[in-house]
Design a protein around this ligand. Structure first.
Ligand code: ATP
Length: 250
């Protein structure tokens, strides 16, 4: 997964001293406490840690969907906190592909129409969006299911549709929150192989929030979070092919 030597990996997500609290007065809770976090091109970075430690909050801040109280977040050389609402929305839709645990597919649209949503938001015509959506569905092994409604697919297949939707507009940053939590081992393996292929691109970065220890071997870098802070970051080099652990997640 190491990018070619002609394209050394670059820090493209750089969060420094990020702070975020929720609530007021005695109900105020500090969720992010001076968090430093980086993600690089050509790599899968996993953000792990116990429930409630602040992973989703940090992910939302990195994605620009949640404002922070203090600190700085740079994503592909743009300071998120300096961008206005409209500019941030455009930046997000061009730069980031999101994959959520709940898939968030629209039940009344076909699978291909769901995949095409990011393209339609960018103003791509429906004909071109359909063509590119079908190509993206081919890549995730669902080329023959494009006309169906999402509820006709299994959970693993719906997750692959969500991945096709996140990749269809070729965003340089892929952000995933618990992408495998509800998947069996076989579906999880397919999903992780797709992320690995995506991250192999020397100009693309993948960030995955997970507590699913079955997938840790796919990470190039693991940042461990506890009580609102990154307490450890470890690098993994892939002498051996990463694999999905066929055991119950912790
Ligand atoms: N909008 C909000 N308003 C108030 N409190 C919030 C809000 N969002 C998150 N929190 C609180 O912030 C803390 C961290 O939540 P967060 O979802 O970031 O944790 P997490 O590490 O992702 O947990 P999990 O692994 O269970 O998803 C929790 O105590 C949560 O209740």
């Amino acid at each position: 997964m190491t990018p070619p030597s002609s394209s050394p990996s670059q820090v493209v997500v750089d969060a420094r001293s990020v702070e975020k609290s929720f609530g007021d007065g005695p109900n105020r809770i500090r969720v992010l406490k001076q968090v430093d976090f980086t993600a690089r091109t050509g790599e899968i970075t996993m953000l792990v840690g116990p429930s409630g430690c602040g992973k989703t909050t940090l992910l939302s801040a990195l994605a620009g969907t949640l404002s922070i109280d203090n600190g700085t977040i740079r994503v592909f050389d743009h300071s998120l906190e300096k961008m206005s609402g409209g500019a941030l929305t455009r930046f997000r839709s061009n730069t980031i592909g999101f994959i959520f645990q709940q898939f968030n597919l629209i039940p009344t649209l076909s699978v291909a129409e769901n995949v095409g949503v990011p393209l339609r938001i960018q103003g791509v015509s429906s004909g071109k969006a359909l063509k590119r959506s079908r190509e993206a569905l081919e890549k995730v092994g669902l080329g023959d299911r494009w006309k169906e409604r999402p509820n006709k697919l299994s959970g693993g297949q719906q997750q692959r549709v969500a991945i096709a939707r996140a990749l269809v507009h070729e965003p340089p940053l892929i952000i995933c929150d618990e992408p495998t939590a509800s998947l069996d081992a076989k579906s999880g393996e397919i999903v992780l192989d797709l992320f690995r292929k995506a991250a192999c691109s020397p100009d693309r970065a993948v960030i995955i929030v997970t507590h699913d220890s079955r997938i840790f071997s796919y990470a190039d870098r693991i940042s461990r979070m506890d009580d609102g802070q990154i307490v450890e970051t470890t690098e993994q080099d892939h002498q051996q092919t990463p694999h999905f652990e066929h055991e119950t997640p912790h």
